[in-house]
Design a protein around this ligand. Sequence first.
Ligand SMILES: Nc1ncnc2c1ncn2[C@@H]1O[C@H](COP(=O)(O)OP(=O)(O)OP(=O)(O)O)[C@@H](O)[C@H]1O
Ligand SMILES: [Mg+2]
Length: 288
Amino acid sequence: MDDLRLENQQLRSERDLLRRRLSEVEESFLRAVHDSQQEMLAMNEALTAANAQLQALDQMKDAFLSMVTHELRTPLTVISGITEMLETGIYGELAPAQAEHVRQIAAQTSRLRELVNDLLDLSKMEAGLMRLRREPLDPRALAEAVLESLLTVGAQAGVILRNQVRHDLPEVFCDGQRVEQVLTNLIANAIKFTPAGGQVTLTAERLGDFVRFCVADTGQGIPPEALSRIFDKFFQVQSSTETGRKGTGLGLAIVKHLVELHGGEVSVASQPGHGSQFFFTLPVTHPR
Ligand SMILES: Nc1ncnc2c1ncn2[C@@H]1O[C@H](COP(=O)(O)OP(=O)(O)OP(=O)(O)O)[C@@H](O)[C@H]1O
Ligand SMILES: [Mg+2]
């Protein structure tokens, strides 16, 4: 009997101990829940604040974009308009020195305009604000239009331009103006980095539901360690001040953005001293 009582007592005290433990655990659990609720509330507040900050930054970027458009582009358009009128001689014949200066104004203005347009395009794409106007277009015709517009630049550099894009490729679904911008950037680079006597060849082939274009040159090529950074904005193997060549290092960054916006991909291969090949793909209008 005594044994049983003792056992009972022991059991009771163990039960009490367990109850105490349980309520302790309960308490600390509730405290933890409360703490984490407080933490979540604080995190939520921080997130809301960060979101508001991001929205403000976004608005600043939009404001910056329209500032660049209006404050830089508009005056440049006015300057080139007036320069053109001076060049035509409608205000009277210019003395040779005047004519030379007007020619320089025109050249520098168009360079500045290109740079402003490039910066604007890039900011637009980075902000996700670039819209494409896509339609079915013939790859060969796209290539033809761009090569024609660059014939003089090629001839001045002593570089032969060849269009070897096949006539029987399927139409690609793209924004013609933007694809012409891609091709212009790639072909202008190919001409710029190819010494006189060299060649630039444009080819294209169908690869599944895509057409892959290739701009190949026989120029100086690109060192292997530079290949992974070649599409980064402002990256140049040698800066323009070192080479005396025009450029800011924005062309290829724009190419990559525009091609990816179409759902395509860019890539590059190069044999230093022998030339480079730049590839990009565009989706065909009617996938198989
Ligand atoms: N076909 C090419 N052959 C050799 N190097 C090239 C070629 N294309 C591009 N590069 C290298 O990649 C760099 C970046 O090219 P990108 O077109 O972005 O800039 P850029 O031509 O220097 O200036 P921008 O295009 O802004 O006028 C070039 O400065 C050059 O060093
Ligand atoms: Mg370029």
